[in-house]
Write a protein that binds this ligand. Structure first.
Ligand code: GLY
Length: 313
């Protein structure tokens, strides 16, 4: 099996001013994950590293740059899944750590539980040696202005950050198949701007934000969380593939099905167990990238596929 990784940087009405930063960020993230796979690393380690790269980047709604709840705080969520044994790790309502995806990975490897939230997630992370960071150090200027804009308009719009005008950041995710044929998926988010304190979205919920199964493939989703979780979007795509649809058809059918039923937008990236790629989004934009045959493929607009030759970083 030739290993492969695909990443996304969030679906939404992304303004032009954020396009280049997001494209640069997904290209870097996929290159980091690709390097791990090429060196014989596991799909789990590759997807975690790709997501960590985007959690550091203020162009994305995850880690530093996460959007803010109504109290002006960051409350982050992440999940990771191993397709070999269907093992999962997820965290929610995380406030004081830079990399929720790494805590989620630790839940997968070191906890008898699957999803840990709030104070419990903090205690778990501290026990496992994750360093805390000052809460303010996670808050970007863009996240502050998105909350101000939300408070003025007072309505949740079509984008995952809650307003119609400022969709500049997005949930992040990665899907990989390693040389041993194991599938892994990781997804991380700050949720939606102006959410109530304690709101939990799709990203930490297995089957909604994330799903991986070595017998079928893997999916990471992004977009309107309340819709994605009602539709169990990631698992819906997996079920369509199990029924015989290819990765791209299944991704398109489930995303358009969710949007037509629930009138909100989403996006998803998919790999079949054989490394076939699926990408679809019903929002205006979604940044994505993957590497295949020494070429990097990437895009952000509808029907856009850009291509460059790729040399490992
Ligand atoms: N899809 C991210 C969220 O709505 O929380």
């Amino acid at each position: 099996m030739h290993p492969i990784i695909i990443v996304h940087g969030g679906a939404g009405d992304i303004p032009e001013s954020r396009v280049q930063g997001k494209l640069d960020g997904v290209k870097l993230a996929v290159a980091i994950g690709h390097k791990i796979l090429e060196q014989g690393g596991s799909a789990l380690d590759a997807v975690e590293a790709a997501v960590v790269s985007m959690e550091k980047d203020e162009y994305f709604n995850a880690g530093y740059g996460s959007v803010l709840n109504l109290r002006g705080e960051v409350e982050m969520e992440a999940s990771i899944m191993c397709g070999k044994d269907l093992n999962v790790g997820a965290v929610t309502l995380v406030k004081d750590f830079m990399h929720p995806i790494s805590i989620a990975h630790k839940v997968l490897t070191d906890s008898p539980h699957s999803l840990i939230g709030g104070e419990g997630a903090k205690l778990f992370a501290l026990e496992k040696g994750f360093p805390t960071v000052p809460h303010e150090s996670l808050i970007s200027a863009n996240a502050k202005s998105a909350l101000e804009e939300f408070l003025q308009s007072g309505e949740f719009g079509r984008t995952e950050i809650g307003t119609k005008n400022e969709g500049g950041v997005g949930t992040v995710g990665a899907v990989a198949v390693d040389a041993r044929g194991h599938v892994a998926v990781a997804t991380s988010t700050g949720g939606m701007s102006g959410k109530v304190v304690g709101r939990i979205g799709d990203t930490p919920q297995i089957g909604s934000g994330t799903y991986a199964d070595d017998n079928i493939g893997g999916v990471s989703t992004t977009g309107h969380g309340e819709s994605i979780l009602k539709y169990c979007l990631a698992h819906s795509i997996i079920k369509l593939m199990e029924g015989g649809e290819d990765a791209n058809t299944a991704t398109r059918n489930a995303v358009t099905g969710m949007t037509s039923r629930l009138k909100n937008t989403a996006g998803a990236i998919t790999l079949s167990k054989d490394g076939d790629v699926g990408i679809h989004f019903s929002s205006q934009r979604m940044a994505w990238a993957y590497i295949k045959n020494d070429q990097i493929f990437y895009g952000i607009n509808q029907n856009q596929v850009l291509k460059e030759s790729f040399t490992s970083i």
